[in-house]
Design a protein around this ligand. Structure first.
Ligand SMILES: NC(=O)c1ccc[n+]([C@@H]2O[C@H](COP(=O)([O-])OP(=O)(O)OC[C@H]3O[C@@H](n4cnc5c(N)ncnc54)[C@H](O)[C@@H]3O)[C@@H](O)[C@H]2O)c1
Length: 415
């Protein structure tokens, strides 16, 4: 009770400072962010801070639970160990402040996850090399003492200090970006994932990996369940992403089976919301930017291919629930409401009030024709399902995309 009360007070008093996720980054904020990147990370002081946040008695309980967890870790009976380890994880997550590392923290999903973890009272070390992410996604955290930033290529081994959990989100994610960064995408899906697993191994931390629906390739089963092994072209242009992600899943399972790391992975389906890079070629960002600028909406093929779109807040709910679960095999997270690309274009036109016309272009190579998750496993295991409809999510994203259109117009006027 006392611990819960302390944590509650901490969360309600702490909150966020100057959240400005959708606005511009001013030079002062950017400077502060870069200074926070240079701030040394001191695990001892983070422990001290945990001690202060929790109060002495609670901190001792925290240490005891870690010791117990360590004993569970080396338990040779995996089934029993899993149940007990899961119980300890749940207690730690509910009652205790953790120090966690989020790789890819400057990206779309990584920055939303970072915000949510901070709002739950945790300390976050964000690691990113800004290859596809942006400093403005973290600018609102420049003065947040529980956030530390490491400008770091995760393909090189690194040590964030003691952490209780590793969330691995670093990887280019949109087709134009992973085609531009082909070798880097393969590296971050292999060396990058391995380095993040080594951190979890070293500190006996929990681990969650962001995998993708692209592991299913051009699916021959519909909708896709986790039991479907996929249909991926191993030498097509998109293979740099699809195969890197499939290799990463194998690596995560190997660290779980051979090294005892407590891993989890989610196969994420198309997700959208504020901070989705406006120019990264994903359906929603393309359509929103084109509609708001009054340009034609580009449809590849005849627009009858389907996609499912999950609003970012729903996805982060699922990721946090998954991080507290005992499931080590992949779990699909996405919105099972299936829309054709044409229906999506119409929804964007309605929400933006745009008069843009549609322009049809040839379908790119290996573009999947159907994509829809079966989320029975997430529903059963986590009690999770998305709650935001496509129109609601588009409405909530509108201000962000409007701000990006204004930024571009201002930049064009200056030039
Ligand atoms: N957004 C989606 O719809 C979606 C769908 C499926 C899977 N995912 C997965 O979720 C994760 C995050 O995706 P996102 O949409 O936020 O993409 P994003 O491009 O916005 O974010 C990825 C982040 O990783 C960083 N990064 C890339 N390579 C790195 C490296 N070598 N070292 C350090 N940082 C590096 C980038 O700079 C960026 O900030 C990815 O692993 C992606 O595969 C996303």
């Amino acid at each position: 009770m006392v611990v819960a009360a302390r944590l509650y007070v901490r969360i309600s008093v702490g909150g966020f400072k100057g959240i400005n996720a959708d606005g511009q980054v001013d030079s002062h904020q950017q400077q502060s962010l870069l200074q926070s990147a240079a701030r040394p990370i001191n695990p001892a002081s983070s422990r001290t801070r945990s001690h202060r946040l929790l109060g002495g008695g609670a901190f001792t309980a925290f240490q005891t639970s870690l010791k117990l967890r360590d004993r569970v870790w080396s338990d040779s009976a995996p089934a029993t160990a899993d149940v007990r380890r899961g119980w300890f994880w749940t207690v730690e997550h509910i009652l205790l402040v953790m120090r966690v590392v989020v790789t890819g923290a400057a990206g779309f999903l990584g920055s939303h996850l970072t915000d949510r973890l901070l709002s739950e009272g945790h300390q976050v070390v964000g690691a990113d090399n800004f290859s596809t992410g942006a400093p403005e996604n973290l600018a609102h955290l420049a003065n947040e003492p529980r956030f530390q930033f490491l400008e770091q290529d995760v393909c090189r081994p690194f040590d964030p200090g003691h952490v209780d959990y590793v969330f691995n989100f670093a990887s280019p994610a949109s087709p134009p970006e992973y085609l531009r960064l082909a070798i880097e995408t393969l590296r971050v899906g292999s060396a990058g994932v391995e380095n993040s697993l080594e951190i979890a191994l070293r500190y006996r931390a929990g681990y969650l990996h962001a995998s993708t629906s692209e592991c299913y390739g051009e699916p021959l089963e519909h909708p896709q369940t986790e039991g479907y092994w996929g249909n991926v072209n191993p030498v097509g242009p998109r293979s740099v992403y699809d195969e890197a992600k499939r290799y990463a899943e194998a690596l995560v399972m190997a660290y779980h089976r051979s090294r005892g790391v407590s891993t989890r992975m989610v196969r994420i389906f198309n997700t959208y919301g504020p901070r989705l890079q406006p120019n990264d070629g994903r359906v929603i960002s393309n359509f929103m930017m084109q509609a708001l600028k009054g340009e034609p909406l580009t449809i590849y093929g005849d627009g009858s291919q389907t996609r499912s779109f999950c609003y970012v807040d729903d996805l982060i709910d699922g990721i946090l629930l998954m991080s507290r679960s005992n499931e080590h095999l992949p779990v699909n997270l996405g919105n099972p409401d299936e829309f054709t690309v044409l229906e999506c274009a119409q929804a964007v036109l309605d929400v933006t009030g745009s008069q843009s016309v549609l322009r049809f272009l040839a379908l790119p190579e290996d573009d999947p024709t159907r994509r829809c998750p079966d989320i029975t496993k997430a529903r059963t295991l986590l009690g999770w399902e998305p709650r935001t409809t496509l129109r609601e999510g588009l409405m909530r994203s509108l201000d962000f995309f409007k701000s990006r259109v204004s930024l571009r117009s201002a930049a064009l006027e200056i030039h």
